[in-house]
Design a protein around this ligand. Structure first.
Ligand code: TRP
Length: 335
């Protein structure tokens, strides 16, 4: 990132919890790879966010490295982009504290993700879960981010980030860039294979999602078992035919064929054909990623060096913003 060719900043993050699945790839990482040349990109492994639910320490360490490998294997470039771990840049937590003092309880109480998560984990409604969006705002604002690619479920968190930035700027001058969300329409939501009315999620049962590390046979088996409907017509209609439409979305995106052309080509065919083609498209997309992923996971030294070097690059950017914030709000500066 040379001074002369500075581009707008893009920031996004994924939690190192659970297994990464096809929905994350199509909805998130794949879009990152499409945008990576047009922005100065930071792709974070948001391990501090993961702590809002109980994590097994060894598992968290392993998943952190796996996610780093997956980012790179998917086509992000740790020389051009910044691929790093949130906890390696202490400025995230520091700015989060400051922003906590500029965010209202009422705003945070309205967050649907907080309401959902606290309903699902009644035994662990911790303060971190409540202030999760503030840490997310800190992630984004720390780098003067312009664009934030996220899934539709994160839209509300982006809105609160913007509100906090605007509030802070109104008090102290233009300190933060006010970011825009980027929510890709058609691909934002890949649905479960077994319950196609729900979003594909790695916390559901195995057969409902495609893990990015599934073997070709497993992928084929999962698609063969995917829930469709009984009217045996291949047509894109997410409302009435969520299962079939979900397969069509996956096939269209990964096969690079427009939805209308795809539907015309497959009209009159059975669901077996649709499932087989979708499985093949998924396997073709996953094969090169899996090959690179295995190589990376066998070279922990390389991955660690990347994380270290990239955390240093991120820190340089983060410090610039944090110093400005500290100064503006009146924290006494040492020479
Ligand atoms: N909350 C996001 C999610 O669960 C992850 C995340 C954390 C994030 N910090 C971020 C996404 C900053 C975009 C920008 O998907």
């Amino acid at each position: 990132m040379s001074e002369t060719t500075r581009k707008p900043v893009l920031f996004s993050g994924i939690q190192p919890s659970g297994q990464i699945q096809l929905g994350n790839y199509i909805g998130a990482i794949r879009n990152f790879t499409l945008l990576r040349h047009d922005y100065d990109c930071l792709f974070s492994i948001v391990d501090l966010h993961a702590l809002t639910t109980r994590q097994d320490p060894a598992g968290l360490r392993r998943k952190t490295l796996e996610l780093a490998a997956l980012y790179i294997a998917s086509g992000l470039d740790p020389e051009e982009n910044i691929i790093y771990c949130q906890s390696h840049v202490p400025q995230h937590a520091e700015l989060a504290w400051i922003l906590n003092c500029f965010t209202y309880m009422g705003e945070l109480s309205r967050m649907t993700q907080f309401k959902d998560k606290s309903a699902r984990h009644k035994d662990n409604i911790n303060a971190g879960l409540f202030t999760y969006p503030v840490l997310m705002a800190a992630d984004i604002l720390l780098y003067q981010t312009s664009l934030v690619p996220v899934g539709a479920d994160q839209k509300q968190h982006l809105e609160i980030t913007r509100d906090v930035a605007i509030r802070f700027n109104a008090l102290y001058g233009d300190v933060f860039t006010v970011p825009e969300p980027y929510i890709p329409k058609a691909t934002a939501k890949i649905m479960s294979l077994t319950e196609p009315a729900r979003k594909m999620s790695k916390s559901d049962q195995e057969d409902s999602y495609i893990a990015l590390t599934d073997t070709p046979d497993t992928v084929r088996r999962k698609f063969r078992r995917a829930v469709t409907d009984s009217d045996a017509e291949i047509r894109f209609d997410p409302e009435n035919k969520p299962g079939v439409s979900n397969l069509l979305v996956i096939l269209s995106v990964l096969g690079g064929e427009r939805m209308d052309a795809l539907c015309t080509r497959l009209s009159g065919q059975g669901y077996g054909v649709l499932k087989e083609e979708t499985a093949q498209a998924v396997n073709a997309a996953l094969a090169p990623i899996q090959e690179r992923y295995q190589k990376l996971m066998a070279d922990k030294g390389y991955l660690t060096a990347v994380l270290k070097n990239n955390a240093e690059r991120a820190q340089m950017m983060a410090l610039r913003t944090l110093r400005k914030v500290y100064k503006k709000i009146g924290l006494y500066q040492l020479p």
